[in-house]
Design a protein around this ligand. Sequence first.
Ligand code: PEP
Length: 256
Amino acid sequence: MGERRVIIAGNWKLHKGPAEAAQLISGIKQALSGATFDCEVVTAPPFTSICSAVEAAKDSPIKIAAQDVYWEDQGAFTGEVSAPMLKESGCSYVIIGHSERRQFFGETDETVNCKIIATLKAGLIPIFCVGETLNEREYGGTFDVIHRQVANGLQNVTIDDPDRFVIAYEPVWAIGTGKTASPEQAQEVHTALRKELSASRGADVANRVRILYGGSMKKENARSLIGQPDIDGGLIGGASLKVEDFLGIISAGSKS
Ligand code: PEP
């Protein structure tokens, strides 16, 4: 897999207010201080818990992500949060195009594209989510869906620093369902994603962008998934909400 450093990222979704967020980060921080691990550790709390999470993560390797962003820097856009605001709040990453946002909040490939551009402009690292629904997989449309999401999502996007660009392959049928893609199924799509990147951005970008797998990853299945040559870590929902479960995945994602 070359030199791509594994990322273990927890997507807390709509869980953990400021006090609980600080508590969970402190638990992870404490557990990590006695552990040997060599992956990047990221947690994505809800917007209102970002500041307390950043504060709790101080002097630790834990990085904070936002779960969404708006593409304008400021203006009359009630309810939105911009990339410069996230940067100022201490975020390092932004999850963009999560399937729940596509499914419930009208996210499209076009809005995803605007968000990726704004995120990069602010100096933040996007975690760009793609993935097919069960129906799309069953009719054999997985690779077309992935191609469309990547081509549209990356329109006019310059990946100047591939080490600071992350894609998450999250089959929608595996998110929060307890169903996990097999390591072979996931690897097949990750290979296709890398080919897609290679064709549009060149081999160097394709080899350096980290591609995470997401969808019911747990400490029990993480090692076999992350052991695949093109899987560079995980985006984890449910199993990121408890220190012990998350730590198990961090340890599975560590080579040492
Ligand atoms: C996610 O929300 O990105 C996710 C993968 O959730 P879960 O691990 O719960 O399936």
